[in-house]
Design a protein around this ligand. Structure first.
Ligand SMILES: [Cu+2]
Length: 493
């Protein structure tokens, strides 16, 4: 019975494939931006350093991608734990492989255990926010949008939810390959390596669970610079492997959030680099520059056995911040080539569309000492959009059980100083707002200056039936200088 069913299924599959091949006898390299053809395909996603197999198609199809956001604690260095925010459970996130012309139906799921909303901006998408505008997803929800992969290349994707830098710094980035119509030339090994910079309150290799440090991130002073999200992710028995004579292709991305990578393999010369992930090929390259939010494809042939070290050639990062990976090449010596020992990396988000004129007008009036409440409200409205609205929603209503309301919030009305503190220092743990319990995390919004916080809260207090009043930047300055008791702070200081 079972065998018969399996055979029947196999036959159906073969028939399907045959049909696809016949129906799609388009010229090989024409690309095809018409409607998708053949059966619907579920994309194979892989964890780093693995790369999904070639699509093997010479026609555009409809491809379904399902990616789940999972927030989870993982080891960033030996004995050092960090709360990563991931696409697919790993940093970098799952590798996605499609073909130029494909119609991609993208599903972004946010695990119910998540504390934060997330979205995705894929650099390979043509459309507002690269998908970010359509994929904002609260914990326990799923979003869907569809795009056509118009341009071939290797593209970074990343979370673009405010504060964007924090989501990226927590590991929310990965790569999507859009294969050219004719596919990529055959190689023996394909690997997925992605650099990122990380900011912990503790020092490099300081043991224990390390919280994210917003101040170090703003100062662009990382504690760790890493390939594939952890020190040792690609060393020892996790090293990448190849044999003498084999061709190796590495898709190298840089998630940032801040640093540019000077990517180099010690003792190897890249035969070819598709720099900036584009179509041009540069040959015979020693070190290739990979911008934050950029990627490249490097290929070379393994010629001499040994352990080859991948580094960011801004070399302190390699030896003092973790930016090292190993490619182990096995096989016979080639003394003619090498004798042996003669001696042994300002996203604007939805603020981009907002008119910020009200903000600068309010700032100028504040300096001149004649700032009106109306000016504060207008400036605060512009700032609220794209900062607070991401979670508390544009109408201040929040999301039931996830983000408390700011509209008619008794918690807010009861204590304005406390509200300033929430914005500046964040809020974690159980709170009750209008009789409803919330137990989540609001990250500190201390990237906002005193002026901005004063204007936002003045706007909030004068909107949606809230009791009114004004907040001055002096009020904010005082509260900024007095952080609450340690347990209340999301940054741990
Ligand atoms: Cu995110």
């Amino acid at each position: 019975m079972k065998t018969a069913r399996t055979i029947a299924r196999a036959l159906a599959l073969i028939a399907g494939l045959g049909f696809a091949t016949l129906a799609c006898a388009a010229p090989k390299d024409a690309g095809d931006f018409g409607p998708p053809r053949g059966p619907v395909i579920r994309a194979v996603l892989t964890s780093p350093p693995q790369v999904p197999p070639p699509t093997g198609r010479n026609y555009p199809a409809k491809v379904i991608v399902e990616l789940e956001v999972i927030e989870k604690e993982m080891e960033i260095s030996e004995g050092v734990k960090y709360m990563f925010w991931t696409f697919g459970g790993t940093t970098p996130g799952s590798f996605i492989r499609v073909r130029q012309g494909d119609t991609v139906e993208f599903h972004l799921k946010n695990h119910p255990g998540s504390k934060m909303p997330h979205n995705i901006d894929l650099h390979g998408v043509t459309g507002p926010g690269g998908g970010a505008a359509s994929s904002f997803t609260a914990p326990g929800h799923e979003s869907q949008f569809t795009f056509k992969a118009l341009n071939e290349g290797i593209y970074v994707y990343h979370c673009a939810t405010a504060p964007v830098g924090m989501h990226v710094a927590n590991g929310m980035y990965g790569l999507i390959l859009v294969e050219p119509p004719q596919g990529l030339p055959k190689v023996d090994h394909e690997y997925y390596v992605m650099q990122g910079d990380f900011y912990t309150t503790g020092k490099y290799r300081e043991k224990g669970t390390q919280p994210f440090d917003m101040e170090k991130a703003i100062a662009e002073q990382p504690t760790y610079v890493l390939f594939n999200g952890a020190e040792g992710a690609l060393t020892g028995d996790k090293a990448m492997l190849a044999k003498v004579g084999e061709k190796v292709r590495i898709f190298v991305g840089n998630g940032g959030p801040n640093l540019v990578s000077s990517f180099h393999v010690i003792g190897a010369i890249f035969d070819q680099v598709r720099y900036e992930g584009g179509t041009n090929v540069q040959k015979n390259v020693q070190t290739t520059l990979i911008p934050a939010g950029g990627a490249a494809v490097v290929t070379f042939t393994a010629k001499v056995p040994g352990s080859y070290v991948l580094v960011d050639h801004s070399i302190f990062r390699a030896f003092n911040k973790g930016a090292l990976a190993i490619l182990k090449i096995e096989g016979p010596e080639n003394k003619a080539i090498y004798s042996g020992k003669e001696l042994d990396s300002v996203y604007l988000g939805d603020r981009a569309g907002t008119n910020m004129a009200a903000v600068s007008r309010a700032t100028q009036s504040a300096v001149a000492g004649n700032l009106t409440q109306e000016e504060q409200v207008k400036a605060g409205q512009a700032l609220f959009a794209g900062t607070c609205s991401v979670c508390h929603q544009a109408n201040g209503a929040g999301l039931p059980g996830v983000f408390p309301p700011l509209a008619k919030s008794d918690y807010l009305a009861a204590d304005l100083k406390r509200a300033m503190s929430v914005v500046l220092h964040g809020l974690t743990g159980a709170v009750t707002v209008n009789g409803q319990p919330y137990n989540s995390v609001m990250p500190p919004m201390n990237q906002l200056n005193d002026d901005e916080v004063a204007n936002i809260l003045t706007y909030v207090m004068n909107s949606w039936g809230n009791p009114g009043g004004t907040v001055s930047k002096e009020d904010v300055r005082k509260v900024r200088a007095t952080p609450p008791a340690p347990a209340k702070s999301a940054t741990g200081h």
